[in-house]
Ligand binder design. Structure first.
Ligand code: HEM
Length: 176
C-alpha cells in the first residue's frame, strides 16, 4: 500500500488520480458557472462544484496527513538533472498551494454569500462578483490550469520522449 524508494504505493497513486479527476470536474463546473450570465446555469454548475469541492477538501486533508505522517515519497530517478528536480519540487508545492488557496477562497465566498442556501434551499442567488475572494478564486483557477499543463506536459515528455518510468511509477502495479 505504501510507496518504496522507486515507486508510489497504491494509496498515493489513488489519491493522485482521484484528485486529478475531481479537480478537472471543478475546473469545468467552475468556468461554466463563472462564464455564464444565466442564474439557472450557474445553479446547475455550482450544485456539482460545491459537493465536489468538499470531496477535494477531505481528500487534500487525507493527502497531507498521508505524506506527513505515514508514507515517504520515492527518490528522484537516477540521472535526473538538478534543475529538473528543483522545478518538479516547486511545481508540486505550487500545485498544493493553489489547491489550498482555491479551497479557502471558495469556502469564504460561500460562507459570506450564503450560497449553499441558494443552491440547496430556497434563498435567492447571491451576487458573487462583488465578493473580495471571488477575484483570488478566478486568478487561482487560471494559474492552476497553467500549472496542470506544465505538470502533465513534463510527465508526457518523460514518458514519450525520454521513455523513463516517471509516469509509470505513479500508476498501479501488480505485486508488493
Ligand atoms: C481545488 C478547488 C477548486 C477549483 C479548482 C475551483 C475552480 C473554479 C473555477 C475554474 C471557477 C471559475 C472562475 C472564473 O470564471 O473566474 C470557480 C468559481 C467558483 N467556485 Fe470554485 N474551485 C475550487 C474550490 C471551490 C470551493 C471549495 C468552493 C466553495 C465551497 C468554490 C466555489 C466557487 C464559486 C461560488 C465560484 C463562482 C461562480 C460564479 O461566479 O458564478 N470553489 N471555481
Amino acid at each position: 500500500m505504501k510507496s518504496n524508494s522507486e515507486n508510489y504505493g497504491k494509496i498515493a497513486v489513488s489519491i493522485h488520480w482521484f484528485s486529478a479527476v475531481l479537480i478537472v470536474v471543478l475546473l469545468g463546473s467552475g468556468f461554466r458557472a463563472g462564464f455564464s450570465e444565466d442564474v439557472a446555469t450557474k445553479v446547475d454548475a455550482l450544485r456539482v462544484h460545491l459537493p465536489v469541492a468538499v470531496l477535494v477538501m477531505l481528500l487534500t486533508i487525507f493527502r497531507v496527513i498521508w505524506w506527513w505522517r505515514i508514507d515517504t515519497k520515492p527518490q528522484p530517478l537516477d540521472g535526473t538533472p538538478d534543475w529538473q528536480r528543483v522545478t518538479a519540487h516547486w511545481t508540486h508545492m505550487l500545485l498544493y498551494l493553489l489547491v489550498v488557496l482555491l479551497l479557502v477562497s471558495g469556502t469564504t465566498m460561500s460562507v459570506l454569500s450564503g450560497l449553499p442556501d441558494a443552491l440547496f434551499g430556497a434563498a435567492q442567488f447571491p451576487n458573487l462578483a462583488e465578493l473580495p475572494p471571488r477575484t483570488g478564486h478566478g486568478i487561482g483557477a487560471r494559474l492552476i490550469v497553467a500549472l496542470i499543463f506544465l505538470h502533465a506536459g513534463a510527465a508526457l515528455f518523460h514518458h514519450l520522449y525520454l521513455r523513463d518510468s516517471t509516469l509509470r511509477r505513479i500508476w498501479f502495479r501488480k505485486g508488493p
